[in-house]
Design a protein around this ligand. Structure first.
Ligand code: FMN
Length: 178
């Protein structure tokens, strides 16, 4: 049962690329600020590699999350499937932050501007329309986050189900009291 449920998560993470309605397409990424406080935000899952449990996301190089991951590589990913009442918390370490021009070329034209604003994410602007874009520059960045542990919880009758999987234990999994 433990391995079947982990396989189910893996399949859903892989399918995100094909299935835009997959509940795991958007998830919460929490990082640790320089002063030690938590910072959370929604991001899109771009790829999952089942061989090394690496999650890929895209971002603007100037965003806070990158400053924070450069200073402390530990982070958490929170996935939630409301239809099945499943919560998955993945502890990760950031293993790569790279400006990948080839990937940038491959993304749709309309998405390219998300990584090309003249001002950095979080800078103050005078109105929502006052956004200028670079014509030749971009700040596109690919981040790779490697899982170290997975905490799976499903709320259901008669008993809720909670399983902890740890990379160093070969992802075999142990049941936890939910
Ligand atoms: C639906 C949704 C999807 C988002 N996807 C991404 C994403 O894939 N990458 C990203 O950097 N920001 C994404 N954002 C914006 C972030 O939530 C966040 O506001 C932004 O990256 C700045 O975060 P930071 O300054 O804490 O790093 C998304 C926001 C929403 C509402």
């Amino acid at each position: 049962m433990k391995s079947i449920l982990l396989e189910d998560c893996i399949e859903r993470w892989i399918n995100v690329k094909k299935d835009k309605k997959n509940p795991f397409r958007f998830f919460t990424l929490s990082t640790i600020a320089l002063n030690g406080s938590p910072n959370s935000r929604t991001v899109v899952l771009r790829n999952f590699n089942k061989d090394n449990f690496v999650f890929t996301i895209y971002s603007d190089y100037r965003s806070q999350k990158i400053t924070e991951l450069n200073s402390d590589c530990r982070a958490q990913l929170l996935f939630y499937d409301g239809k099945r009442s499943i919560q998955i918390v993945v502890s990760v370490k950031c293993i790569s932050i790279i400006k990948n021009e080839n990937t940038f070329k491959s993304i749709p034209h309309y998405s390219k501007k998300d990584y090309s604003s003249k001002l950095a994410p979080g800078d103050i602007i005078t109105s929502p329309d006052a956004i200028d874009y670079e014509k030749k520059l971009n700040y596109f960045t690919e981040l790779e986050l490697e899982a170290t542990a997975i905490d799976y919880l499903q709320l259901k009758r008669n008993n809720h189900l909670r399983i902890k999987y740890i990379s160093s234990d070969g992802w075999s999994g142990v049941f936890l009291n939910p």
